[in-house]
Design a protein around this ligand. Structure first.
Ligand SMILES: *Cc1c(COP(=O)(O)O)cnc(C)c1O
Length: 432
């Protein structure tokens, strides 16, 4: 499989090169040169496949010969080695729980897949690959955990001091080995601009192979398709496919779902569920795209003003606004409504939503009110314990801490404090 840059000013590359580069030299995002169509038999007999088999069959065409089949089977199996249960909340809405991985958020699958691909590719390289990533919370933990112990790959995570939750901070500062946490005295935007500057710096580019680990990287973006296959596998009424509501920030997750649909997976409709950072719902209402400045909310993993994967959605639909509108409905959900939704769903159905899942639930519920014959699924992207302040206030009781988070609590944080200044980062990277 070849990948081209959406800016069309850079040469096509293989899966391997696109994964190592992250972003194309012309700053464009990579996109597959053709979308593989699924075998009809795979769709009609989906429940005959194990989740490993299914993952392998979906991912293999995107990788081609860059990874041998046996190694790829191991890589996908390790990336998805936890459960993705579909749990009924009520008779119309089910929750696909994507938070059973090691860091309790859906980013685990993409981070684990990408780390293992890079580990595989670094075997025939003499120098190490350095993954540089800025995080506002969930990305850092998933990347730290996913890349821990992968040979030939160093990971450096920048996070804003005092602005991530306690569980999130422990997840990124307690790994050790090849993972380093830089605690930046500034905001998430500062972290992100330091990373962006590093990617453009000639001295650093000559000295080291830097790559990104957010959903810009195809190796993090593409495996997110698998959630939609696991949703359909567990969906009882195969003749009446689900409407799927996706809590969206950078739009990597929903764009992966759309890719699965274009390649033949039956999904009735998509809902792009956003908090007040709603550049894409605005586009769906007006036909005009206008980026915004990010505003903080209680569903902070979706506080994105200019979603980087939106351009991949346009490409997928060949820029045809009417087709996009037929496939996706956008919703904007306030913090007020998010908290009410957590409270109401708990009282009525005893199901505890996290703030991101609550945004999706409200959006889907609104949509289904207008389409009474349809039923749907929300993607529950994080465990509620990652957002204890909001969730506990809404449900009026404390949340049990899952085993995997318990072991973190006794660990000591190790970070390197750094001012929010690119030169400090550059000096640090050169001196390593
Ligand atoms: C990252 C994240 C999102 C947003 O996903 P995108 O792919 O960026 O749209 C939603 N919920 C949670 C909990 C996340 O960590």
């Amino acid at each position: 499989m070849n990948y081209y840059s959406l800016n069309k000013q850079a040469p096509n590359v293989s899966f391997k090169e696109a994964t190592i580069l992250g972003q194309a030299p012309d700053k464009g995002l990579y996109f597959p040169s053709n979308i593989p169509m699924l075998d009809q038999q795979l769709i009609s007999c989906m429940n005959d496949y194990s989740k490993e088999d299914l993952a392998f069959r979906v991912m293999q065409p995107y990788i081609g010969n860059d990874i041998d089949e046996a190694s790829l089977f191991t890589i996908v199996s390790e990336a998805i080695n936890f459960d993705f249960p579909l749990v009924d909340i009520n008779s119309n809405i089910a929750s696909l729980e994507l938070f059973h991985g090691p860091t309790l958020a859906f980013k685990d699958v993409g981070a684990r897949f990408m780390s293992r691909c890079l580990g595989y590719f670094s075997k025939d390289r003499s120098n190490t690959i350095t993954v540089l990533v800025a995080t506002s919370g969930d990305t850092g933990g998933a990347v730290a955990n996913g890349f821990l112990g992968v040979e030939g790959v160093d990971v450096i995570i920048l996070y804003p001091s005092g602005k991530v939750s306690p569980v999130q901070e422990l997840q990124l500062t307690t790994c050790g080995q090849n993972i380093t946490a830089l605690e930046i005295e500034g905001s998430f935007d500062d972290c992100q601009s330091m990373v962006k500057e590093a990617f453009m710096d000639e001295v650093l580019r000559k000295k080291m192979q830097l790559t990104s680990a957010n959903s810009i990287n195809i190796a993090r973006w593409l495996p997110q398709q698998l959630y939609y296959f696991y949703a359909y596998q567990q969906w009882a009424d195969k003749f009446n496919p689900p409407v799927i509501a996706v809590p969206s920030g950078n739009f990597g997750n929903i764009c992966a779902g759309l890719l699965a649909q274009v390649s033949g997976l039956p999904i009735k409709h998509f809902i792009a569920a956003c908090n007040i950072n709603d550049a894409v719902p605005d586009y769906l209402r007006t036909g005009r795209y206008q980026s915004k400045l990010a505003v903080p909310t209680v569903s902070n993993a979706m506080d994105v003003g200019d979603p980087s994967n939106f351009i991949r959605i346009l490409e997928l639909f060949k820029q045809e606004f009417t087709t996009i509108k037929d496939c996706i409905s956008g919703y904007t959900v306030s913090d007020e409504t998010t908290k009410e939704t957590i409270a109401n769903v708990y009282q009525q159905y005893q199901y505890i939503l996290d703030p991101h899942g609550a945004v999706a639930y409200h959006a889907l519920d609104q949509y289904l009110n207008n389409y009474l014959s349809q039923k749907g699924i929300i993607l529950e992207t994080a465990h509620p314990v990652k957002f204890p302040a909001t969730v506990e206030a809404a449900i009026g009781r404390s949340i049990e801490i899952p085993e995997s988070a318990k072991s973190l609590l006794g660990k000591g944080k190790i970070s390197i404090k750094m001012p929010a200044n690119f030169n400090a980062l550059k000096e640090y990277l050169i001196s390593r």
